[in-house]
Design a protein around this ligand. Structure first.
Ligand code: ADP
Ligand code: MG
Length: 698
């Protein structure tokens, strides 16, 4: 038992404790979504790279976008003339030349690894830039003798800034052989009838694909892991329900009935019918004898925030406190800025708490909170930290929640009382999936958009017409407009998101000078904020960024969204990104820049983007297209909380899990049997330990 325990602790510990992972790479792995060892094991390859293709340089035009291995002689070095420009080496064979390109780093290092006149084997993805073949950051640079070692199929993983495929493979190779054999949490009969492998065998298999079929969601090892995930999700949901059933809350009578009415009356706009309907549904819950647990769905920009705040006012009218939780610092500050004037105008005391508030100010705030001197607390996850105590917390709204708030719900209910909870999500969930994901959890939808919004003019433009796009932007900027320019997820070479953004930034800076800013995940919070502030203040007119702007940023004056290599994004993500413009009464547009050789699925995605702005429709279409078999590099299902399960391919698993959970809740609702204990382990692995903990405490 204790051997198992320590094996489990190792799986749940930070990747930093793995061999080959240092303090520098740990944060990068965290950004990849793999902070713990177990997360890394669940990080599945999505492609097999075939380095067996060895064309001549003269034939490369047929290999654009593909990975090849080349035998070249280094003919020339081109040093960067300025910071921000890349180092290039020219490689040559009998049939032609290509550029080998490196961004960042010190040119001296590249010069050394590719000395003039040396023969080298290079392997990586072929791109075209200004009509010339290039290989940006080759995956391998080796001497001709290493050829056989390089030329084999290898699993390819979703990557991020500073995490290369080579590196991921290296640490996985260290970790996989020492994988523990965990006690089985799945039902024995189910395992036998399905022929699924054990957890240990499944993990090993998914990281050693040999054929394309091994990458498909129908691969037995993948199915088993997906089932683990679905089961943990549904079990946590069932445990949560169980914990809520006996919870009866005593509703106090309202003391100040007119607060909410006044708030709504003072708003600079009238609520839409959809908003009013949501409020009515919420009001019913908030008068019931059980605490509310409701999902508020609505597209980006649909106006969920005022609905949430109006709901929170129900609690404040009863003399209780309320909290609004945002996923990021930027968003929390933004809420503070727009909401406090409205709330202070009706005599409420509003405060904001984030991880950045420290020292005396924080202590004073916490004291006021405990004393009931604050009516509404806005903040980030800092709100559910241990030191934060309310005098009387009545209602909570959680904004843009990526994951169903099981844990938050439990943590909040232990802050005293049984607060009503509204979970907001901007991820439109297709109706066909809702049941599988949330069972019969109550939901309200803010459909449509507030009145007065103009449709976003969406166009697809081939990347070789970049010059025209730039001319258009110059005109728009002169007219006072502002532009987001989002750089792609890069997943087929080791050029990272960041390098792509920096390269574009360097290029456009030559044209736009100080009018251009850059925002990416590796900046410190301070630098990020400053970049954002410059953009909000209009000091910069173009904001180049990686996908960090995806979540909720609101700059109404930004009316143009350029998405670089749009074919590399999933539909849900394109939709989220486009939602950053069209936030005022001004005409907005979205330019989807694509490169050649679009797959048919990519083509359909871009077409859907042109045709509709309805997030729910887009989600349905996304589901269909994903069913059509394209596996995207990064997690782009657009559906919260799942990384292993595929909604289309694993539909049956949801049904099986529903039956399984019913059985568990009937036989062993407190998870006390042997299987019950193993299921607790499963919950812990998926970060649902609070659900397990709740069971433990009765
Ligand atoms: P989201 O649902 O993405 O959180 P927000 O709540 O941020 O959307 O609303 C987007 C914008 O629309 C905000 O500026 C908000 O003040 C405004 N808004 C909300 N409701 C209405 C309405 N009924 N009429 C006009 N504007 C509205
Ligand atoms: Mg919002």
């Amino acid at each position: 038992m204790s051997a198992t325990n320590s094996a489990i602790e190792r799986l749940l510990s930070s990747v930093q404790y793995l061999k080959g992972v240092g303090p520098r790479s740990a944060p990068r792995l965290q950004r990849l979504g793999t902070p713990r060892v177990i997360d890394l094991l669940w990080h599945l390859p999505y492609a097999l790279i075939d380095r067996r293709q060895m064309p001549q340089i003269g034939d490369l035009s047929r290999f654009a976008g593909q990975t090849v291995t080349l035998d070249v002689m280094i003919a020339e070095h081109r040093l960067p003339l300025r910071r921000g420009l890349p180092f290039k080496a020219v490689g040559r064979d009998k049939t032609g030349t290509l550029d080998i390109v490196y961004f960042g780093g010190r040119a001296g290092i590249w010069q050394k690894s590719l000395p003039i006149a040396a023969n080298k084997i290079i392997s990586g993805k072929i791109d075209y830039f200004a009509g010339r073949a290039q290989m940006v950051h080759p995956d391998y640079v080796a001497d001709p003798g290493d050829l056989t070692h390089i030329r084999q199929a290898e699993p390819y993983y979703p990557l991020t800034d500073g995490v290369s495929n080579k590196y991921l493979r290296q640490i996985l190779t260290q970790a996989l052989p020492t994988l523990p054999n965990l006690p089985e949490w799945l039902d024995k009969t189910l395992l036998q009838s399905t022929n699924w492998p054990s957890w240990q065998a499944a993990i090993q298999a998914v990281h050693a694909p040999k054929r394309e079929e091994d990458l498909q969601p129908t691969n037995l090892a993948r199915v088993r892991l997906a089932y683990d995930e679905i089961l943990s999700h549904q079990l946590a949901l069932a445990l949560l329900r169980q914990s809520l059933v006996p919870a009866v809350t005593t509703r106090r009578p309202a003391r100040q009935r007119d607060l909410r009415e006044l708030f709504i009356k003072n708003l600079p706009f009238a609520l839409t019918e959809a908003q009013k309907t949501c409020l009515r549904e919420i009001d019913q819950d908030m008068q019931a004898s059980q605490p509310m647990l409701r999902l508020l769905q609505g597209d980006v920009g649909s106006g969920k925030t005022v609905v949430a705040v109006a709901s929170l006012l129900n609690a404040i009218e009863r003399g209780q406190q309320a909290a609004l939780m945002a996923p990021t610092e930027i968003l929390a500050r933004q809420h503070e800025k727009t909401l406090s004037p409205w709330l202070e105008a009706i005599g409420l005391r509003v405060a904001t708490l984030t991880g950045r508030d420290k020292g005396k100010a924080r202590q004073n705030l916490l004291r006021d909170l405990r004393a009931g001197q604050i009516d509404l607390l806005i903040g980030t996850h800092a709100l559910i930290e241990d030191g934060v105590k309310f005098q009387n917390l009545g209602a909570v709204a959680i904004d843009e929640q990526h994951r169903f708030g099981v844990e938050q719900r439990l943590r909040l209910s232990h802050k005293g009382g049984e607060p009503d909870l509204l979970v907001m999500t901007a991820t439109p969930i297709p109706r066909s999936l809702y049941l599988a994901l949330y069972g019969d959890l109550a939901t309200s939808r803010v459909s449509g958009k507030p009145p007065g919004r103009q449709p976003i003019d969406t166009r697809t433009i081939a990347i070789d017409r970049l010059d025209e796009v730039i001319e258009g932007l110059k005109r728009a900027i002169n007219e006072g407009q502002q532009v987001y320019w989002v750089c792609p997820l890069v997943h087929e070479s080791e050029l990272s998101d960041l390098a792509a953004a920096e390269a574009r930034y360097a290029e456009l800076k030559q044209i736009f000078g100080t009018q251009i800013g850059i925002l990416h995940g590796q900046q410190t919070a301070k630098v990020k904020d400053a970049a954002m502030q410059d953009f909000i203040a209009g000091k910069t007119r173009i904001m180049i960024s990686t996908t960090v702007i995806e979540v909720g940023v609101d700059v109404p004056n930004a009316t143009i969204m350029v998405i670089d290599h749009a074919e590399r994004f999933g539909l849900a993500q394109l939709h989220q990104l486009r939602g950053r413009v069209g936030r005022s009464d001004k005409k907005s547009s979205c330019i989807l820049l694509y490169s050649y050789a679009l797959s048919s699925v990519a083509k359909s995605r871009l077409q859907i983007m042109r045709e509709t702005e309805d997030g729910f429709l887009i989600a349905e279409e996304d589901l269909k297209l994903r069913g059509a078999g394209e596996i995207l590099g990064k997690r782009q299902s657009g559906l919260p909380g799942f990384r292993l399960a595929d909604f289309q391919a694993h539909q049956d698993l949801f049904k099986t899990a529903q039956r399984d959970v019913q059985h568990i809740m009937h036989q062993d609702p407190y998870l006390l049997s042997e299987r019950g204990h193993n299921l607790r382990l499963l919950l812990r692995m998926f970060g649902r330990e609070n659900a397990a903990w709740y069971v433990q405490s009765g």
